[in-house]
Design a binder for this molecule. Sequence first.
Ligand SMILES: [Zn+2]
Length: 274
Amino acid sequence: MKEKKDCKIVQDLLPNYVEKLTNEETNQYIKEHLAECKECNKIYENMQKDLGIHHKRSDAKAINYMKKYNHKLKTLKIILLIIFLLFVVVVGRKTWILSSLSHKAQETETQETRNFRSKVINYKDGEVIIWDSYSKGDVILLYITTYGENTNKKEQIIYKSSEEKFVLTDDGETKTMKELGDVFINPISFTSDLFLENIWLAMTTSLEKITLQGQECYMIRDGDMEKFINPDTGLAIKLVDNVVNRTSDYYYEFGNVTDEDVARPDTTGYVVEE
Ligand SMILES: [Zn+2]
């Protein structure tokens, strides 16, 4: 009878024993019983066989799952690679266009700025400001005229030569003359001399070729700003800032400035300001 009672206990413990969940003391007790009891030993062996089959089945399931998973992963990798390549192609193409525009602008600046005229017209809040400049050699003559809806016309003339630099201001009431620091006038380009900056520009802005007033040009849409670029010179044509409602038009002309265009302006009637 003692044997039978042990058998029951051992058989109760066997499922845990085959899964190696029982403690050392219990293991010892079961091992001793199995060595002596054929019936329990047989049950134990069957359980081990079942466990083996079960494990094999779940292994096969796991392998199948891994295969499917790997396949999905591969597809995902290919899709990501395609997206990445498209991104590289699009950004690469834009960077190339921006870099070649900036290269053209630099060429224009280094070769032609010894003799050029530029005109920039700004429109903002019912006010028009016109920058009209003539550059020849070291001499610069710049007219800045402001027309306001509710204000007088204001005119400023900036003159720079190797001997003197001054600004004449005529606001319709007073005429003053003031000495100036230094003045530089360079054509505007919306691209950068730095390759990395052009990559950044290519990634963060849209670039398209459009026709503006019958003229082919590139348009960079940078947030709320639209920048139009002359494809031949790389220089600015137009800037539209939709945030502050400002429009600027740029005109450039090279090689036509004469000595007369940059003659020292007449300063009579202007009061010198310290
Ligand atoms: Zn037994």
